[in-house]
Ligand binder design. Structure first.
Ligand SMILES: Nc1ncnc2c1ncn2[C@@H]1O[C@H](COP(=O)(O)OP(=O)(O)OP(=O)(O)O)[C@@H](O)[C@H]1O
Ligand SMILES: [Mg+2]
Length: 250
């Protein structure tokens, strides 16, 4: 594994009104790492992912992406090649054919004319078809996206991300709306592709079992702080009970 640091956070802090969401977090993540972000509801997982994606501004601390301050990236092509996001609600355009949603991964690179033209005649079709093949949807290229099942739509979102081809992928509860078999399948596909492409993945998950199965490192947040940050094989059941327990029980 490369030792290049892709994400470095130094004492990052964020409040919402008076409530602390991120409390002086520090960590660094190397290229190629598969990091699962776990922790109880309200722990700060979404806030942390949104912060790295540049959607939430931090109050204190520093955040470096591939060696440069996050604030130095202008939104647009360069940032889209650095960071891609996949969400629970997929963010797909339902009435469009699958291929158009997949090609949306190219929009930050394309001119407006090319993007509009692509709605009539899909541009770079081969790239989209290749991505759909990798997620097992080669027979759905021209289907209307909203007619696909939730699991298939999430695969379309993964194919779109492959076409965008960012170095870092941030996924906020990517499998929360899928049944266990499809969730497992999706994570298997996503982590396989990410590993093949030497991308870096941070995914928040509520199912610890998936974190253990598919990720190399687990960062646990609790009350906006890092509760533990360990290689997956060092995460014990006792630590997990402590992470999720409500009060003094168990
Ligand atoms: N836009 C917001 N305005 C006010 N408070 C917010 C906002 N976003 C998050 N918070 C608060 O910040 C804290 C962290 O929230 P966050 O959504 O990051 O948690 P989470 O770990 O993603 O939880 P979940 O597992 O439920 O998705 C919570 O106390 C939440 O109520
Ligand atoms: Mg969340």
């Amino acid at each position: 594994m490369s030792s290049k640091i892709m994400i470095e956070a130094k004492n990052i802090t964020k409040h919402f009104e008076r409530k602390i969401a991120l409390s002086s977090l520090s960590f660094s993540i190397n290229q190629g790492e598969l990091v699962a972000l776990i922790g109880p509801s309200g722990a700060g997982k979404t806030t942390l992912l949104n912060t790295i994606a540049g959607l939430v501004e931090i109050e204190k601390g520093e955040l470096f992406i591939d060696g440069s301050p996050l604030s130095s990236f202008k939104k647009g092509k360069k940032f889209a090649k650095k960071i891609g996001v996949i969400r629970q609600q997929f963010d797909l355009i339902g009435p469009l054919a699958v291929i158009h949603n997949v090609l949306a991964g190219k929009l930050s690179e394309w001119t407006v004319m090319k993007s509009l033209w692509s709605l009539l005649v899909p541009q770079e079709k081969a790239t989209a078809v290749a991505a759909l093949k990798r997620v097992g949807l080669e027979d759905k290229v021209y289907e209307i996206t909203k007619n696909l099942s939730g699991g298939e739509q999430q695969r379309v979102a993964v194919a779109r991300l492959m076409v965008q081809n960012p170095e870092i992928i941030l996924a906020d509860e990517p499998v929360a709306s899928l049944d266990p078999a499809r969730a497992d399948d999706l994570l298997a596909t996503l982590t396989k592709i990410v590993a093949e492409e030497k991308q870096t993945l941070i995914a928040s998950l509520h199912t610890v079992e998936y974190a253990r199965k598919y990720f190399t490192r687990i960062i646990a947040l609790k009350n906006g702080e890092i509760f533990f940050d360990l290689p997956t094989d060092k995460v014990t059941d006792d630590l997990l009970v402590e992470l999720y327990q409500l009060k003094e029980q168990v």
